[in-house]
Design a protein around this ligand. Structure first.
Ligand code: ATP
Ligand code: MG
Length: 532
């Protein structure tokens, strides 16, 4: 499997070797690898009959339903480009994704279908729309996807048919994933089969070996049960996690909607070994008031990335779950994982996101981009390797700015230590510059997280007439915890230079607002500070 061909269509065939093992579990549905591959072949055949071929864009937007991976693999096996759209998007945003990608076919669940048709009456310029049947509401008629591959429970009874024969080269286009739009409008990152398959080396690694130590590779990937709680339209879930199951034969458990209580029940019932996704999921499991009532002894690994995580989290996962924490860094432009570590390495360096995976290179460049910086210095992180996408769909200028000689400029500020471990210091756009002094919001947030009872913290810059900007904080406390603005300010003052102490702290009754990829929506938080 280490020499897996860089062509996803072949890997789908490979999945057949797992036979009756469960590929995914969704509520009371269980879909074996064998049944899933049959369903994929049937859908691919139907799509081919509709005229979907190489390079055509097929948009896919739905909850994490069993149809999601089936549709994904069917599309890419035809050499067509799968365009996963953010299921949290409004009708208008979905329309942006459809138009921007020039999608010819849309595969959609009924909720998003209604969202689009309510907004537009008719759907924009699509040749075909396939709607996944409603599972929870008994409202809809049998849907197009039902007609194509039947209800999930009957997939196993589908005839074994060959895949349409489409020659696919490793560097053919496979996906357009949209960036999460934290710093502007989402951009479509154009990924290849090679990019997708590269992830198998790192994600298979995580699924296979929970006691991750540098330099150790598992002899055989071992199947695990993986509770997949983050949305599949994000590269972390789709390519970093889902892809690895094809190799290791692991089982994915999907949830209709994130709910910490339900997640605990599922972990107990299905004997889940791996979960996580983004740091906030780990926090919510840890902080759950009834956690002790569930048997969580099957948990081996809590792996996350996609957003900064406080060192405090690592210690608590290890101490309170007895599971190993793992952290990985990646971005939509890298089709997921570039750096990654877990177990002892991570516990000993809780503020690092790990060294680069075997096939990736990283370097720290001056912010101007003209010279490489020495070990220990903070600059912009650049990454290269077979996971870096070709560029942005239809955005030649943004592509030229971001992708330089095989490297991607990440927009993250980072340093690398003398052992090669990477430390994300902040996003270039998130630093608060107070009278010329740089304040890395993550540094201050990590101190706030160390205060007992603080479970969520964000630093935002608020305008100041002469200093330019000042740091302010928004904090959420656990239900039984107490802290005042002055106490938190003192706590930071004892640990960091005075100019880093937040000038104002607001308490939020709820966890802080995040986008679907687990990133705090800092622009919304700024509105809490009346800046007149
Ligand atoms: P946009 O580029 O549209 O503004 P985005 O950068 O938020 O959106 P993503 O591609 O989903 O979209 O996120 C990538 C970013 O997530 C990285 O640039 C980095 O800032 C952050 N990130 C990812 N993994 C980690 C990690 N392990 N630790 C800290 N930050 C991380
Ligand atoms: Mg980005």
């Amino acid at each position: 499997w280490k020499n897996a061909p860089p062509n996803l269509a072949l890997l789908i065939q490979f999945a057949r070797s797992h036979g009756d093992r469960p590929f995914l579990i969704y509520q009371d549905e269980r879909v074996s690898f064998d049944a899933a591959v049959r369903a994929v072949a049937h859908l691919a055949t139907k799509l081919a009959a509709m005229g979907v071929g190489k390079g055509d864009r097929v948009a896919l937007t739905m909850r994490n339903l069993p149809e999601w991976p089936v549709a994904f693999f069917a599309i890419v096996s035809l050499g067509a480009i799968c365009v996963p759209l953010n299921a949290w998007w409004t009708g208008g945003e979905l329309e942006y994704g459809l138009t921007d990608s020039g999608a010819k076919v849309l595969i959609v669940d009924c909720e998003r279908h209604a969202r689009l048709t309510d907004t537009y009456g008719t759907l924009p310029d699509l040749e075909h729309v396939l709607v996944a049947r409603p599972r929870d509401a008994l409202t809809g008629k049998a849907s197009a996807l039902d007609d194509l591959i039947g209800p999930a429970t009957s997939w196993a009874t589908l005839a074994d048919i060959p895949f349409p024969q489409v020659p696919i080269e490793p560097d053919d286009d496979a996906t357009i994933f949209y960036t999460s739009g934290t710093t502007g409008a989402p951009k479509g990152a154009l990924g290849t089969h090679r990019n997708l398959v590269t992830n198998i080396l790192s994600s298979g690694y995580v699924q296979a070996r929970v006691s991750l130590r540098r330099g150790e590779m598992p002899a055989e990937p071992t199947p695990k049960t993986w509770l997949m709680v983050i949305p599949l339209f994000h590269v972390t879930a789709c390519s970093a996690s889902m892809m690895g199951t094809l190799v290791s034969g692991s089982t994915l458990v999907f949830m209709r909607k994130w709910d910490a209580t339900e997640a605990l029940a599922i972990i107990e019932r299905e004997r889940v070994n791996v979960t996580g996704g983004v740091p906030t999921i780990a926090w919510q499991l840890l902080e759950h008031p009834d956690r002790a009532n569930y048997d969580l002894s099957s948990l081996e690994l809590i792996a996350y990335g996609g957003a900064p995580s406080a060192p405090e989290l690592v210690k608590r996962i290890h101490a309170e779950f007895g599971a190993l924490p793992a952290n990985g860094w990646g971005m939509t432009e890298t089709m997921a994982t570039v750096t990654q570590h877990g177990g002892e390495d991570y516990i000993n360096r809780p503020d690092s996101c790990g060294p680069p995976v075997a096939v990736a290179d990283i370097k720290i460049m001056s912010v101007e981009g003209d010279r490489e910086l020495p070990v220990g210095e903070v600059g912009e992180l650049w990454a290269s390797g077979p996971m870096i996408v070709k560029g942005y769909w239809n955005k030649p200028e943004a592509t030229a700015e971001t992708f330089v000689d095989g490297w991607v400029r990440t927009g993250d500020l980072a340093r690398v230590d003398d052992e090669g471990f990477c430390y994300i210091v902040d996003r270039a756009k998130d630093i608060v510059i107070r009278g010329g002094e740089n304040i890395y919001s993550i540094e201050v947030e990590n101190v706030l997280y160390a205060y007992p009872g603080v479970t969520d913290a964000a630093i935002v810059g608020i305008p100041h007439r002469t200093l330019g900007e000042e740091p302010a904080a928004v904090v959420h406390l656990a239900p039984d915890a107490q802290a005042s603005e002055a106490e938190l300010q003192d706590f930071v003052r004892q640990r960091l230079a005075g100019f880093k102490v937040p000038v104002a702290i607001r308490f939020s009754d709820t966890v802080l607002p995040r986008n679907a990829n687990g990133k705090i929506l800092k622009n919304e938080l700024k509105a809490l500070f009346d800046v007149g």
